[in-house]
Design a protein around this ligand. Structure first.
Ligand SMILES: NC(=O)c1ccc[n+]([C@@H]2O[C@H](COP(=O)([O-])OP(=O)(O)OC[C@H]3O[C@@H](n4cnc5c(N)ncnc54)[C@H](O)[C@@H]3O)[C@@H](O)[C@H]2O)c1
Length: 251
């Protein structure tokens, strides 16, 4: 098992990639703090892990709130021990609209959850990881942090910011044996993508445009990259954005 005796705090653990990663990390031996703003969804993830014989707790937190971020880390430390792994995965797609039409509230909400939330997770978990002697932080960015996407100004800015924060965190905390990396998924089959499509699925031509493999990704395919980064397999990887996009950004 790649994560035996490790404690992993995973945000956005109630759905999509966060839930699948929580299950995979638990199968690899980690105790999971499943954090989500949707408490019932976090509980469901914890139950799924326990049903497989794993160890998990569910925590309700809004990652954009400093008080909640502090409380999610404190609850993890109290119930499972200091985290060895922090997977800042929670995020929202935000409103799809042009820069002119976005409201300040639309913009601020996406930045608060997708960017400030990542910083707050690190701010509150890092002191415990330093005390513990090391750890691995994985931040969910997106290919939207690398290329421009129409009608996604706040989302692209937030995800580019996540990549920047990841580099700074890696620089500042490498000397404490803490690695910090980002994952940049392409289009992955989760409730988020289905919401963006208004409940439907992507057209064949859209899929061809965004993946040279002719299909969108599965959450498991991102969870396996997260597992690699969380584990000692990635012992010399830090400060880097790992692209898992089926070739979307090749050209
Ligand atoms: N699905 C994709 O194609 C895709 C591509 C690139 C990046 N991403 C990113 O991957 C991450 C996971 O997305 P997903 O596709 O699994 O989405 P999802 O909507 O299935 O899951 C996101 C989870 O985050 C939770 N969440 C939302 N706001 C929160 C908050 N303020 N505090 C705590 N939890 C909150 C939601 O309740 C939900 O359970 C996000 O950061 C997203 O931006 C997704």
């Amino acid at each position: 098992m790649k994560l035996a005796n490790k404690v992993a705090l995973i945000t956005g653990a109630g759905s999509g990639m966060g839930r699948i990663a929580s299950l995979l990390f638990a199968r690899e031996g980690a105790a999971i703090a499943a954090v989500d703003i949707n408490e019932a969804a976090a509980l469901e993830t914890a139950k799924l892990i326990e049903a497989e014989g794993g160890r998990a707790i569910a925590i309700r937190a809004d990652v954009s709130s400093s008080a909640d971020a502090a409380a999610m880390v404190a609850a993890t430390v109290a119930k499972l021990g200091a985290p060895d792994i922090l997977y800042n995965n929670a995020g929202i797609e935000g409103k799809s609209d042009s820069l002119v039409n976005l409201t300040e509230d639309d913009f601020d909400r996406v930045i608060a959850i997708n960017l400030r939330g990542v910083w707050l997770g690190m701010k509150h978990a890092l002191p415990h990881m330093i005390k513990k002697g090391g750890g691995s932080i994985i931040n969910t960015a997106s290919i939207a942090g690398l290329v421009g996407l129409r009608n996604s100004g706040a989302y692209c800015a937030a995800k580019a910011g996540v990549i920047a924060l990841t580099r700074v965190a890696a620089l500042e905390y490498g000397r404490y044996n803490i690695r910090v990396n980002a994952i940049c998924p392409g289009a992955i089959d989760t409730p988020m993508v289905s919401r963006i499509q208004g409940g439907g699925s992507l057209s064949e031509s859209a899929v061809r445009r965004i993946s040279t493999l002719g299909r969108i990704g599965k959450p498991e395919e991102i969870a396996r990259m997260a597992l690699f980064l969380a584990s000692d397999d990635a012992s010399f990887a830090t400060g880097a954005p790992f692209i898992v996009d089926g070739g979307w950004t090749i050209s």
